[in-house]
Design a protein around this ligand. Structure first.
Ligand code: ZN
Ligand code: ZN
Length: 279
């Protein structure tokens, strides 16, 4: 069925762990008939300028975006940032620090793989990442290419996932810091794909108590029930609802660019909450 959606606020480019260039994503968005998108790469804003430029040419509105990870108790929680000013000094310093942490993590994963006799080197992982912020998906792609695993997900189950043989925890920021960096940069923090965690009342209170102002209600991992709960939570607390495909590349595809219905109201609401300069 052809879905009519007007924006996709969660797309990854090759500046994190996606496969496409920002300009390629903007072209795909134009082909899909979208009016606005956000590239929300993990821990980097390297793709934003290219997206804004391509958006100007193709008439697609670009919302600045980023995706951070935080740990709350043992849960890996993702926080999206939108409509922020790209030139913040604190933001740049924090992103540089996270990038160093990612490289160190990849190096430790490579060491662990080699200890198990799996021939994957840090250089191969970095080469796969190219311009992107190096992460576990790049390790998974090297494992896949070398035939060590048969499927992308198998790399996570056997080696990279939480509790697997070569798991190394990611260096993350405290939730409070992510929220304050976004606020300082004039942006809006949004809880990404809450999934079943939406039912954990303590966690929900903690996240929104910290100043997170939105919730990603529409996401390919969400059941109708989870989306309904997210929209209800937003109504109760006066939060912005956002959504997107979370598209990375075809091997890990759950939805293509523009395939998740997201109303343009999300963009209007984000813009009215954002206090700073935005694209
Ligand atoms: Zn995420
Ligand atoms: Zn994502």
């Amino acid at each position: 069925m052809n879905s009519i959606s007007s924006c996709d606020l969660h797309i990854h480019s090759y500046y994190s762990d996606g496969a496409m260039s920002p300009a390629g994503i903007v072209r795909a968005a134009a082909d899909a008939g979208l009016s606005a998108i956000s590239i929300a790469d993990h821990d980097t804003v390297a793709g934003q300028a290219e997206a804004i430029e391509a958006g100007g040419v193709l008439g697609i509105e670009i919302i600045t975006g980023i995706e951070f990870s935080v740990m709350e108790k043992d849960l890996d929680i993702h926080i999206l940032g939108y409509c922020f000013d790209l030139s913040g000094v604190r933001l740049s310093a924090v992103l540089e620090d996270l990038e160093r942490g990612r490289a160190e993590r990849a190096e430790r994963i490579a060491d662990k793989l080699q200890d198990l006799g799996v021939p994957v080197t840090f250089d191969e992982i970095v080469a796969d990442a190219g311009a992107g912020t190096v992460g576990r998906p790049h390790v998974a792609k090297v494992l896949l290419r070398k035939g060590i695993v048969a499927e992308f997900q198998e790399a996570f189950n056997r080696f990279l996932g939480y509790g697997a043989s070569c798991h190394v925890p990611k260096k993350v920021l405290p939730l409070e810091d992510v929220v304050s960096i976004m606020k300082e940069s004039g942006g809006v923090a949004v809880w990404a794909h809450p999934g079943a965690n939406i039912r954990k009342r303590g966690l929900v209170d903690r996240i929104f108590g910290c100043g997170v102002e939105g919730i990603e209600a529409w996401h390919p991992n969400h059941t109708e029930e989870i989306t309904r709960l997210a929209v209800r939570e937003a109504g109760r607390r006066g939060l912005v609802c956002t959504g997107g495909s979370d598209y990375h590349f075809d091997e890990a595809r759950k939805a293509g660019i523009g395939e998740i219905d997201v109303p343009y109201d999300s963009v209007t609401a984000l813009r009215s909450l954002a206090s700073g300069l935005s694209a």
